[in-house]
Design a protein. Sequence first.
Length: 621
Amino acid sequence: MNLTCLSKGSGYHFPPSHILDISGFKILLDCPIDLSALVIFAPLPTDYYNPNLIGEESSTVVLDEKHKSKKRRIEKPLELHDLVHALPWYKTVANLNLWDLSFIDVVLISSPMGMIGLPFLTRNKNFRAKVYATEKTLGLGQFMMADLISMHAEFRQFYGPQDSDFPQWMKWEELESLHLVLRNIAMGEDGAELGGWQPLYSAEDLEDCVKKVQTLKYAEEACYNGILIIKAFSSGLEIGTSNWTINCPRISVTSLSRSIFKSAHAMEFDYHSLQGNDVILFSDVSSLNPTVAVSNADIGSSTLRSSQTSATNDFLVYGEERSDEEMVDALLNNDESSEEIDKLAFVCSCAIDSVKQGGSVLIPSGRLGIILQLLEQLSMCLESSNCEVPIFMISTVAEEMLAFTNIVPEWLCKQRQENLTAGKALFGHVDLIKRKKLLLFPAVHSADCLRAWQEPCIVFAPHWSLRLGPSAHFLRRWSGDYNSLLILEEHENHRLALKTEWNRRLDDENRQNRAIDELRNTVRELQRLQPLEAARPSQAPDPLRISARARLRPSPNLEIPPVHTGAEGVHRSIPPTSSIHLGIHPTKDSSDSTLRSSRHPRRRPARERLSERSADYMPHA
């Protein structure tokens, strides 16, 4: 038996990937993609982004007089224009590309996030392996991949289809000019990860991938080639997630993925998968103490035990010496479940405080179980606090995914199953939808969403990378509201995404301040010249320099007295600032929170009519 680590992963959204060579068969354990690497790409551009201005304002690139080559200033802080403004590619497991796919015999999928990279393999003509996953893992994974394709389509609509198989940003000259942080994410420290980037698969590729997956129930046997006996057991992490047992004539192996001993929604961890086996592969070390660095060489060694949590230690060390009852108590009597509940309660209290102050809450999450529990606790907290704020879930698969949770009672924990026998709903979102407290929409710009929109509100939306989908629009919309709240799971790339958004906000405010100064200078010039007529140009003098979407409140310090315009002694007032077309469109009531009124129509230059994707078409908070 031989185990090869392809990727050690980094948490729930990027599980580890390994190849197990057993009895002459090569088994691939999970096929994820690193969606956190999307942070190197810029969100959908708006009118404040102009490549010509970047050349004037940025000092990231200097010329070496001797070699005339671009060099990076490493010490410069990362800014928005340092990001890659191009159609995103997706970072797969780089080491998997070094393998001949025709040599892989079996693929075992443990979680929905572990199969998001599977279409990259199944669309390859050399791939002939048998793929196994549980029924619900396949269902949830299919929803996630379809949603990813839909969000990626927004970028394709803006940038157009890919012109070639090798994008401009992947050329060596462009990679050399990237900011050091982005370059390390794109290439890795030694440059080996650059080969893992691939263009996203299509809807046809996804459909073909789903057809190649053989689904199993928990504890159901599957025989491969008459030699390998494969079973899936519940890991407790999510609905349908599993640990795998592989039995062959000479050895029996358990692949232990990321697990939760006691879950509040999914079926509990099945410890029977760990009994009676020769080898246990504890592959997901990301759930251990984050301060302990574990290298590939450490996996499987005796030194790994010292860094594990107490509950896992108790099981691995004393598992064979205890009875079944004692083993179950050792697994379930830990603080994991109560700690999870405390975290959710804290999140809900912060969300309630935010909406009470007039702010909105954005929760970009890809974990279905966390979303279901947050919906239940948020609804109870809102009722106890007498807060009447709507909850929106915006996703192309929101309705299908929530409906999917109503038909999986056998995959849930005992408490949820008891609700079904008592005639209650499996989850609290069913009642929220009936009372119209939870509203589901496929897109931000859908007509139904615009009609129902109300702020403050609580929004669940993909994508947690803050680069794709509705989350990027809402982040840009509420980033200047100090009462609004963004709830994220801890990840180092999240800080990078928020840092670039903060710098973008500062840059946008600087542009608005310059626009105000130019407006005041124009008014002073008109007062000095005292023209007979104040004509309004049809287009902005320089719309690239002044944001066409800047919303400015009328300055209280800006007084415009009547101007003497001729010998006849007729006094004519200069038009108000909202009608002087300088690429700025203030409204009389910028705090209006509805789109149903057309009392103050705004004239928009041609550059502003990009599409209805932008969150600026939502009511202004």
